[in-house]
Design a protein around this ligand. Sequence first.
Ligand code: ATP
Ligand code: MG
Length: 453
Amino acid sequence: MFPKEIPVTPGHPSPVIVPRADHPISRANISPGALKVLYRLREGGYQAFLVGGAVRDMLLGLSPKDFDIATDAHPEQVRKLFRNCRLIGRRFHLAHVRFGPEILEVATFRAAHTEIDEDHGVDEASHRVLDAQGRILRDNLYGNIEEDVWRRDFTANALYYNIEDFSIWDYVGGVPDARSRVLRMIGDPETRYREDPVRMLRAARFAAKLGFTLHPETEAPLHKLAYLLDGVPPARLFDEAMKLLLAGSAGASCNLLARMGLLSHLMPDVVRAVNEAPDSPGARLVQLGLANTDDRVREDKSVTPTFLFAVLLWPAILREAGAPNGPLPDDPAVLGPACDAVISRQVRRIAVPKRFTMPMQDIIMMQPRFERRAGRRAARFVEHPRFRAAYDFLLLRAASGEVDPELAAWWTRLQELGPDERIAEVESQPRTGDADPRSRSRRRPRRPRRPAT
Ligand code: ATP
Ligand code: MG
């Protein structure tokens, strides 16, 4: 199951070269922009390789989502070759080359890792900066391909496709690992996770997305090191969470993250709520919502962080609102603060931007309105700009067993009616005035006027 024993330590002298005839990667599957960049680098006298996910995916017969390029040209030299080129990144300098809608990432080979300076955490004139835990804060020390390979994360991600003769260069046994679907960390796993704890999330992502098995030594330190995620900046965790959740395998990724003990460092409230009430509608809604998101990605339909976070946080919000097993309390004075509290704790871990949390809160605060079917207000609700998202959420609540499916079916029918029939329908509904905070406020006795002074 776990093939080959090429020593995966820096210094392995020369690559195994897999010639074009022995692998399935064809230029027909490489984007026109990537080919242009590769050829122009080569014409400029530089080495040019396709690297990372694109090589891995094509080897597996999948179509890559983007094409990363590695070269011995320095970023400034790359810029001179392309008019449409921008240098980006501080932690990690890169060149972005644009061809029409395509952006190609061109990275210069990085040098081998040197000894960490315990006192300063800085080496080579600050081109590489590490913190006291060995975490890489900046890596801009350039090198050659023999050095570059060792800073990559997994063997299957460290394959280089050479535009010179269309061969694959494999220093780490990545080709046999990919063929037997094994995800194996290059070098000593614990050290590599300490250098960059996000690699733990990447392990879960690739295993879930590609159906790879983690090599036992790659998996072993995860539980012990999960706490390192607490030190990762929340903005980076948001980027990584998006890659984990919007790539078509959110369900599998979350299950793996939970098994690895990582999820409780990303979404502690959600893990607590689900563990306390594993058979609750809220817990079921998370599973259904993630499966639904994955189906939409596969069908090429749009998916939004807004809806996704509403799904994920739902059991935590129900718990916070004092109803861990549902149903949702129909009182904005309970629901509002519960929502606020859960969101504000969550964004301290994963920095979900306000442009997603605000509409997410709307979707949640709109849920009690579905209980009120009588009157023109119900008919107008259908026209609300966020109605569709709130209604999709209602469907999930119905599927999870939290609300009566008949209620969801009624709202489905209401949308299909024309304007006049819609008014007739809502006016035929029995009034449930007590549940409507508006009618309640209408009945509330007026405060006595202050006596004039
Ligand atoms: P995807 O299909 O999601 O794009 P990918 O493997 O291409 O997967 P990227 O994040 O695009 O992943 O990175 C490209 C390559 O850069 C990786 O394959 C890996 O070799 C290297 N890499 C990226 N992030 C890291 C990291 N945190 N640590 C080590 N190597 C990394
Ligand atoms: Mg990539």
